[in-house]
Design a protein around this ligand. Sequence first.
Ligand code: UDP
Length: 242
Amino acid sequence: MTNNIKILDIPITNIRKETLLEQIDDHFCELNGNLFIVTANPEIIITAKNTPSYKEVLATADYVVPDGIGVMIAGKILGTPLEQKLPGFELMQDFLAYANAHGKSVYFYGAKPGVAEQAADNAVDQYSELTVAGYMDGYTKKGLEAAEEIAATLPDFVFVAMGAPLQEEWIAKFKGLFPTSVLIGVGGSLDVLSGSVKRAPKFWTSNNLEWLYRLVTQPTRAKRMLKIPLFLLHVVKERVFR
Ligand code: UDP
């Protein structure tokens, strides 16, 4: 059973990872349309709150899952705790493992030139049976041109790594070209999979401190990360005035 929990008026899918993976498996048995997955962090939710067109984009998603601790805390503050955080990088790993085990193909779209290719190489090193439908950087080709080229490879999974809101806008606009694919926005995950950026070590992720690790290792993100306290402030306000 899945249900939605509204955070700042954005419906967040309250689902455990095993259930989501079962539903992905059902999807590939039934092949009834495509699936659009958003991994929502506080920045995405704040942007949607302030931008009606982006809010509409998120409304077209099949799943909007909580990407990190910020959204989990928001669920608690509102008295509607979420089951589990599902960070984009971890979901991508789970989908790669699924694709490897079930003969499904994957496409990597996004990040700077060379990064998606390196990510694809590393994925094949990790999952030896993996079928890579293709890869494309997120700068040279965009919009319809990229969508048509990617769709022509008939990928089962499309990992779109261009950051929010660009990646969700792209998926919402072109998902019609991917009749049965699973399309997911994964932010900076190809940078991590390629080895260009290091993911927070286990200590940091298991103590919900990934945000702090990112702040320390990539201080240029500081301004963007100010959205996290702002997000929590809005959530507290919502709780108080509800
Ligand atoms: N990016 C891209 N095309 C663009 C702008 C950004 O492919 O036009 C890529 C960028 O190179 C990076 C990713 O999008 O790999 C965004 O990563 P970020 O760390 O900002 O995303 P987050 O994980 O925070 O959502």
